[in-house]
Design a protein around this ligand. Structure first.
Ligand SMILES: [Zn+2]
Length: 176
């Protein structure tokens, strides 16, 4: 059960009853940005529909619950419980309309941030490791090639020979 009231100038307020909690969300929109303030109060289940009023002190919400009446005051970015209702003659009723669900809080977009950052760091690391691997491999290959041509293998058939061999044991190629 959620209600929405238009406060004018792009501002609106959502009031929702979730079990024993009343969640009040104040939204202030201006071109290019939206500010959302949400606050939860333990009020118990509503026994009647909430009422919304404009008062000199800000917007006042009246909640009728099984545990009695609750009054909440909304001042720009602050939502607080107040003891009593401001004088009735200072109040101006704001129509509330029932909505299916209040706006999605901005919180769900936050948890996706850290895994994304880790993914980027991973992708940066991999080319570095690969590059280091290639350097190591090419250095090793160069060293082996130098050794091979000189002493350890027959230049004709590739059989391993010792530096002191005059002829290849496999093909008879003259080594020196
Ligand atoms: Zn040989």
């Amino acid at each position: 059960m959620a209600y929405m009231g238009e406060l004018g100038a792009g501002s609106s307020i959502y009031i929702e009853n979730q079990d024993n909690q009343t969640v009040v969300t104040a939204i202030a929109s201006s071109p290019g940005q939206q500010q959302q303030t949400s606050h939860s109060f333990t009020t118990g289940r509503w026994s009647t529909s909430p009422e919304l009023f404009n008062s000199p002190l800000g917007v006042v919400i009246k909640l009728g619950t099984a545990q009695g009446n609750y009054y909440l005051q909304v001042q720009s970015h602050r939502i607080a419980q107040i003891e009593t209702m401001p004088p009735r003659h200072t109040l101006e009723s704001i129509p509330l309309q029932q909505v299916v669900q209040p706006p999605t809080p901005p919180i769900p977009s936050m948890p996706s941030m850290p895994p994304l950052g880790m993914g980027n760091r991973f992708m940066n690391l991999q080319p570095l490791q690969m590059r280091m691997g290639n350097m190591h491999m090419s250095m090793g290959t160069a060293a082996t090639v130098t050794q091979t041509t000189h002493n350890n293998f027959c230049s004709q058939c590739g059989t391993a020979v010792t530096a002191t061999d005059k002829f290849c044991a496999n093909c008879g190629h003259r080594l020196h």
